[in-house]
Design a binder for this molecule. Structure first.
Ligand code: UDX
Length: 430
């Protein structure tokens, strides 16, 4: 099938590469000329394991093309995916300006029947909006359909998530339109659910808000465990054996960051308010999340008071492992707060340091965890990169001025960390 994907961010680029890999002819469109030129040379705009290889191979085999010409891409394709950014406005409401602009341009380009698919994460009702924009702006009176096909991929495992998703959700106006999309996904052999457009849009928001709720729930329980002397890791394990609950997304820590959970949860709050429904449950989820870093900072201060003049090592900057993404990363919040209190920061991250240098130039960036902790008064583990799991804790502690380790992701065994000479603090555990 001939497919056009508009937007080469995380979702668009991975979707385009995967459809090409499944044998389709894919045109990826982006308004950013530099990005498109880079992609044509095989330079990825994001770090994602396996992506570069898949893009380069499919481009070389002539199935994957990159262009800034949206109209051309639309004309040559039967299915057009909208995968542009839907960032939050200051109010938390979703900014749909990029989706609107793309819909307008698609409208002026369509000259035969097309299926326009919303893959961007958008509030319920956006399918109708896209439909009305195209209807109002189309130059040729041809038929078209608008479908919602939300994306559930995670950064760091985006390719695997796209090839083996838990489910494919297709929100279509009727069965025939849905079948055309099902055909695209058929080679994956995974569960597929066909719904109306509005339900598909709600599935995406409800899924992300539910996962965010799970994380805030376990973090709230961890707060109680800290005081009660219980161990949150065992509590989560014990809960997770119950199939109705499940073990995943019950890792207590610094809370959720990244480009999806915070913005999608806030957006669902807005959607609920718009329909005059009480979003109190989700507001509480956001409140618990917002207190994760301040709570940790209070504990760091308790251990190394006064902060002024102290050196703190920060291990991990990316919002989670296997990505260089710093959007809503807890590291930025922690570093800014510590610096405001007069602390010096030495930081290390396996891949996010280059990006971080542009945001926080006053931090001393180091080549390893050992170098970052050298002479430090405390070390804070912020991102649970695999390489941190195997650190020689004795060596780490010996290089420090004072061996205080604050483990924001419960990576280490408390006994082992203490046996290695650390004053050790973690989340919801003794
Ligand atoms: C998420 C969804 O998982 C994905 O389905 C959707 O398409 C986009 O949003 P992503 O933001 O890439 O994906 O990362 P994810 O692995 O879900 O983690 C999100 C945040 O939650 C991270 O900050 C992570 O550290 C945090 N988290 C996750 C926890 O604090 N505890 C957990 O148990 C799991």
């Amino acid at each position: 099938m001939n497919v056009c994907v508009v937007g080469t961010g995380y979702v668009g680029l991975v979707t385009g590469a995967v459809f090409a890999d499944l044998g389709n002819t894919v045109i990826c469109v982006d308004a950013d000329k530099k990005k498109i030129e880079g992609l044509r040379r095989g330079k990825m705009p994001i770090y994602e394991p396996g992506l570069e290889e898949m893009v380069t191979r499919n481009a070389a085999e002539g199935r994957l093309h990159f262009t800034t010409d949206l109209r051309g891409g639309v004309k040559q394709s039967k299915v057009i995916f909208i995968a542009v950014g839907t960032p939050p406005k200051d109010s938390g409401e979703t900014d749909l300006s990029q989706v609107r602009a793309v819909a307008q341009e698609i409208a002026t380009a369509i000259d035969s029947y097309k299926i326009v698919v919303n893959k961007s994460t958008v509030p319920v009702g956006t399918g109708d909006l896209v439909r009305s924009i195209i209807e109002a702006n189309r130059r040729v009176n041809v038929d078209f359909d608008v479908v919602s096909n939300p994306e559930f991929l995670r950064e760091g495992s985006a390719i695997a998530d796209s090839l083996q998703p838990d489910r494919i959700v297709i929100g279509a106006p009727d069965r025939t339109v849905a079948m055309a999309l099902l055909e695209l996904y058929a080679p994956l052999e995974v569960p597929m659910l066909v719904t109306d457009v509005q339900s598909a849009e709600m599935i995406k928001y409800a899924s992300n808000a539910f996962l965010a709720t799970k994380i805030s729930f376990i973090n709230m329980v961890a707060n109680v465990c800290e005081k009660a002397g219980a161990n949150i890791a065992d509590v989560a394990k014990g809960m997770g054996y119950d199939k109705r609950i499940g073990r995943e997304f019950l890792n207590a820590g610094l809370g959720f960051g990244g480009s999806c959970f915070p913005k999608d949860t806030i957006s669902l709050v807005h959607v609920a308010r718009k329909f005059k429904e009480d979003p109190g449950l989700l507001e509480a989820v956001l409140e618990v999340n917002a207190d994760r870093v301040p709570r940790l900072l209070r504990r760091i201060e308790g251990a190394v008071r006064p902060m002024k003049g102290k050196t703190i090592a920060v291990l991990g900057l990316a919002f989670k492992p296997d990505t260089d993404d710093l959007r809503d990363a807890k590291s930025l919040e922690i570093i800014r707060a510590l610096m405001a209190k007069g602390a010096k920061i030495r930081a290390y991250d396996p891949i996010a340091m280059e990006l971080c240098k542009r945001i926080l130039p006053k931090v001393t960036y180091c080549r390893s965890a050992y170098e970052a902790t050298k002479g430090a008064d405390a070390a804070v583990l912020v991102t649970e990169w695999r390489e941190f799991r195997q650190l020689d804790l004795e060596r780490l502690g010996q290089g420090m001025k004072r061996p205080v380790l604050i483990d924001g992701r419960n990576v280490y065994d408390p006994k082992k960390a203490r046996d290695a000479g650390f004053e050790y603090l973690s989340i919801g555990r003794r």
